[in-house]
Design a protein around this ligand. Sequence first.
Ligand SMILES: NC(=O)C1=CN([C@@H]2O[C@H](COP(=O)(O)OP(=O)(O)OC[C@H]3O[C@@H](n4cnc5c(N)ncnc54)[C@H](OP(=O)(O)O)[C@@H]3O)[C@@H](O)[C@H]2O)C=CC1
Ligand SMILES: CC(=O)C(=O)O
Ligand SMILES: [Mg+2]
Length: 614
Amino acid sequence: MMSLSRHNFLKRLVREQKVGALMGSLLKEIRNGGHSVADTESKAGFGGGVEDVYGEDCATEDQVLTPWTASVASGYTLLRDPRYNKGLAFTEKERDAHYLRGLLPPAILTQELQEKKLIQNLRQYEVPLHRYIAMMDLQERNEGLFYKLLIDNVEELLPVVYTPTVGEACQKYGSIFRHPQGLYISLREKGKILEVLKNWPERGIQVIVVTDGERILGLGDLGCQGMGIPVGKLSLYTALGGVPPSACLPITIDVGTNNEKLLNDEFYIGIKQKRATGQEYAELLEEFMTAVKQNYGEKVLVQFEDFANHNAFELLSKYSKTHLVFNDDIQGTASVVLAGLISSLKLLGGQLADHTFLFLGAGEAGTGIAELIALEISKKTNAPLEETRKKVWLVDSKGLIVKSRIGSLQHFKKPWAHDHEPIKELVDAVKAIKPTVLIGTSGVGKTFTREVVETMASLNEKPLILALSNPTSQSECTAEEAYAWTKGRAIFASGSPFDPVEYEKKLLVPGQANNAYIFPGFGLGLIMAGAIRVHDDMLLAASEALAAQVTQENYDKGLIYPPFTNIRKISANIAAKVAAKVYELGLASNLPRPKDLVKYAESCMYSPLYRSYR
Ligand SMILES: NC(=O)C1=CN([C@@H]2O[C@H](COP(=O)(O)OP(=O)(O)OC[C@H]3O[C@@H](n4cnc5c(N)ncnc54)[C@H](OP(=O)(O)O)[C@@H]3O)[C@@H](O)[C@H]2O)C=CC1
Ligand SMILES: CC(=O)C(=O)O
Ligand SMILES: [Mg+2]
């Protein structure tokens, strides 16, 4: 005999006469290992189960409820689904066809009008974090509108969903957390990571951005709260690179945190323990990488983001042999900086090989960029890498990296230990090395002091100064300082954006040297070609493609990067050049190769425009 609850359930289904409801319950049934909701309920005893669809408000606090309930597809469900929701843009016909009558006020607003209203609203928030929260709410509510707004106002909104505001959002993630925007894989999920991946509602994942939260921008260990970074990076994959949101998966691996403030914070969202290291860490990562391949196949791109350098280099080197992996901080940053250096030659003159590069910071970003510069010079001049590396010098927290320190250097610094006297201070290194290009990748703000910048200006007619550390608070110097201390002669770009500066009645426009120029187009290129491995030549191709997008008009303003306003076109060009390289290297699996790769890239790109519903 049918149980009462099942009977009620079916009656309700009939009453609703909605196929969606049946689909909803069937889905729940499948997820529940083939048991119907009602079966589960009858086994579970009193409380829980489908009766709670109607009765959960009456249940007492000590009664167990089944958290998921059969979803009944009235149009209400459609309004709550960010992928399909169009808010007031639903037409009369759609409102009838999808049971929306009465659920919306009568006005019908086009997507353009909704966008106009939203940007006006956003501009009224004076606190950047409030804008961030409003944007995240919109993403949760109406994905198409979120992306249309972001794409159409990219210069204005990039600093909101990305650096610098995303940094503050991560610092306060525990307090502002509303809704999970990606997958959390902690030590507690050890042994079941594959199951956890299956909990994500999308199957066709093409890009994963994963962090373990240990080096979030220049803000240090933010543990599980680093989730803001993969979420932000993937929103750029879609907005700037056109990878559909349904193909993007943000993941945070939580192995604990060494941040005492978070460990003592009652709102902290991660596991409260010191970071797992060594074998325990390696095993979790190994299980994760294996599960990713098992669940999504060989061609899913895994982008490592904001890992501390003691794990980042090792993970990249280990998994680049077996997976399609890319470390944005090491490789993406290298590619964007090399692009800026190539384009700066139009302003500085000469070839890359004529320049001398000095870095403050010898970690992921610093040594990653250094290596790509040396590789590019080597390719252009046919000189061996060991020789071209001598053009590049790095300073870390202990001073200039020199031969006498080699025994105590981390492996990624060793190639940069050149013959020289030890030097402690950056300013003394500038005086001794006489660089034409100064690059900050230390994560420490205000380290390009007046004396450092003035020394650069005394050595160079046009000193090239890149203050790459993020967010703005960690920038090695501001745009205003760079221009003032060089009497307006510096070519300046920074990791986080600065406003244009008026210097002696001339408007000087600083560029933004951020890997956001590269990874969206780079990833799209890999996906288009069905790449199975990443190769350094693809990074060089991306750099050259980006440098080629800088126009005379940009150069006239002192810019070495094109503005972000054209980023989708720029990304399509980067994607095409990267894909071409993938095919050339025989690493492509999507065959045959499309003839016009730029057109093909454009045709692959996600559009945020609303679709009409039948
Ligand atoms: N603009 C962009 O696109 C990107 C910017 N970044 C930014 O770059 C910064 C660094 O990132 P990443 O390379 O991954 O970090 P790492 O931790 O790998 O490297 C930091 C380096 O800076 C050195 N350092 C720290 N403090 C000082 C100091 N006071 N003086 C001199 N050197 C110092 C460290 O020295 P030691 O080794 O001795 O500890 C280390 O070599 C971050 O702020 C990040 O946001 C990163 C990626 C992309
Ligand atoms: C931009 C970036 O990836 C970083 O600052 O870490
Ligand atoms: Mg990063």
